[in-house]
Write a protein that binds this ligand. Structure first.
Ligand code: MG
Length: 166
């Protein structure tokens, strides 16, 4: 099981067009909870600006969320004008592959952006996509994701130590 992301950023707005072009990424599959919105379902202003920059540079965007709350994803989808799929069951490959077909890109040209190793990163890695881990927008979290964080922090710290050695 591949648990390491290709790269870690503090937030989506740190992912630059240059970085994506350098890595031949033409499209991004985006997580919602704690990646695009915080627990109050607010989209940060810099995230909105970032989405506009991505669109202007022809980076295709698609939202893929595990949530069963369709309304929540739809609100984000409408606000940012990005298509979506929910009930994705990440890390299952199914949702990623469906979106890949829609995006009409090779897996290696797709970036998977999310705040969770156990859903976003492992799922993206299984599909041979370029995985980008972002720090969760807010530390306050749902009880059902909180238990995974200590493990996530171990992976992140090891990853950062590896990067510093290089
Ligand atoms: Mg998330």
């Amino acid at each position: 099981m591949k648990i390491y992301p290709k790269v870690i950023f503090n937030s989506v707005s740190e992912i630059s067009v240059e970085f994506l072009k350098d890595n031949k990424i033409n499209a991004l599959i985006l997580d919602v909870d704690n990646t695009l919105i915080n627990i109050e379902r607010i989209i940060p202003e810099n995230t909105k600006k970032w989405v506009e920059i991505m669109k202007k540079n022809n980076i295709k965007l698609y939202i893929l969320s595990n949530t069963n709350n369709k309304q929540k994803v739809e609100d984000v989808s409408n606000a940012l004008d990005i298509p979506y799929r929910n009930l994705a069951k990440k890390p299952s490959k199914k949702g990623f592959i469906k979106v890949q077909e829609i995006l009409q890109e090779k897996p290696e040209n797709i970036g998977v952006v999310g705040d969770q190793i156990f859903t976003d990163v492992i799922g993206g890695n299984k599909c041979n996509m370029f995985t980008i881990l972002v720090e969760p927008i807010q530390k306050k979290e749902y009880w059902y994701t909180r238990w995974k964080r200590p493990l996530e922090n171990i992976v992140k710290n090891k990853f950062k130590a590896k990067q510093n050695k290089q």
